[in-house]
Design a protein around this ligand. Structure first.
Ligand code: PLP
Ligand code: COI
Length: 341
């Protein structure tokens, strides 16, 4: 298969229109069979539930070309499960897990020429999403929905590639204690836009959000979970009911324990503990693991010993092992890799 004429190495994290996307509609209580289409335009009523009350949720996963030339996706079953949780919390119909995985496969195959080659540093990002399509004016769930998956080739989420990031402890909250922080609803991202624009305008790369109830514990950023390495070599990650259960973070905790023999714990982490940390990274599908060099808490700088030029040694080992598994250089745990071709 001839690849697209794209300079894969210089791709950022943006949208490029690819050949095909998957669409299925929910009406009269059931999903239709679903199709691949070349039409990238969504046409919905002016009063659609998504437009009025933001009834939408989404997922993110990637397709990779492995060292031996296969095309694979990473743990799509967990994205399907999480989208089911999001849909339930937002009173949307569930898109069945087997159909989700089948649709992912179809979209990747239909856009094979856009799957970046092995070693290019780029991947094919897949964005499954669902939204209420019929008119809704009183506050209630829609009756009709559309599920879609689009694909776009992407490079690194953060511009500097692996250059350590500077974060700001945000004055805004991302999620309430009994709210929607644990699901991937568009609403969580809409309300983070002002906070991220503010942080960028002040020269920061991202926000560190704290727990809304006490503002003493570390939660996550707008698009990734945290992973820390303590000065005595333990891998720790925040435990909270109001953060997104990152698939990358869950995978890294397994890799830390089972592949690297490290002590790895999910527990509450106080903001006050930051100065005890040796390394910090942001983890997610888009972020992969992006190193953090510095966190600024209202003028007080907390600089991690790993510094501002490179990834810390343990985060680097986690990064190399996870990406090695995704690219087929390191054997994967059972069920983590779905071979598409
Ligand atoms: N946290 C938030 C708020 C996110 O948007 C994402 C991205 O999906 C993550 C964490 C990372 O999750 P995952 O590793 O499943 O991509
Ligand atoms: C992902 O990592 O897939 C996300 O959805 C995060 C988003 C900020 C791009």
């Amino acid at each position: 298969m001839e690849k697209q004429n794209i300079d894969w190495g210089s791709l950022g994290f943006g949208y490029i229109k690819t050949d095909k996307r998957y669409v299925s509609n929910f009406k009269d209580g059931k999903w239709d069979d679903g199709v691949l289409t070349e039409d990238a335009t969504v046409c919905i009523n002016e009063c659609a539930g998504v437009l009025q009350y933001a009834q939408t949720c989404f997922e993110g996963l990637k397709a990779y070309t492995t060292e031996d030339g296969h095309i694979v996706v990473f743990r799509p079953d967990l994205n399907a499960d999480r989208m089911i949780d999001s849909a339930k919390r937002l009173e949307m119909p569930v898109f069945p897990k087997d159909r989700f995985i089948d649709a992912v496969e179809k979209v990747v195959l239909a856009n094979e020429s856009f799957v970046p080659p092995y070693g290019s540093g780029a991947t094919l990002y897949l964005r499954p999403y669902m939204f209420g399509t019929n008119p809704v004016i009183g506050v209630k769930p829609a009756d009709e929905y559309q599920f879609r998956i689009l694909a776009t080739p992407v490079g690194p989420y953060f511009k500097g590639g692996v250059k350590p990031l500077t974060l700001k402890v945000s004055d805004f909250d991302r999620a309430a204690p009994h709210g929607t922080g644990h699901i991937k609803g568009g609403l969580n991202y809409a309300m983070s836009l002002h906070a991220i624009v503010t942080a960028h305008n002040e020269g920061y790369d991202e926000n560190m959000y704290l727990d809304a109830a006490t503002r003493t514990k570390i939660e996550e950023t707008g698009g990734a979970n945290f992973i820390f390495v303590t000065k005595d070599g333990k891998v720790v990650t925040p435990k909270s009911n109001s953060i997104l259960p990152s698939i990358t973070r869950r995978s890294l905790m397994y890799v830390a324990k089972e592949y690297l023999g490290l002590d790895a714990q999910e527990r509450e982490i106080e903001l006050a503990e930051l100065s005890d940390m040796a390394e910090c990274g942001l983890c997610g599908t888009a972020a992969v693991i992006s190193p953090v060099g510095k966190v600024v808490d209202h003028g007080k700088e907390i600089c991690f010993p790993s510094g501002m030029t490179e990834m810390g040694p343990t985060i680097k080992k986690l990064y190399d092992t996870l990406t090695g598994i995704q690219m087929g250089r390191i054997p994967a745990p059972e069920g983590w890799i779905k071979v598409i071709k």
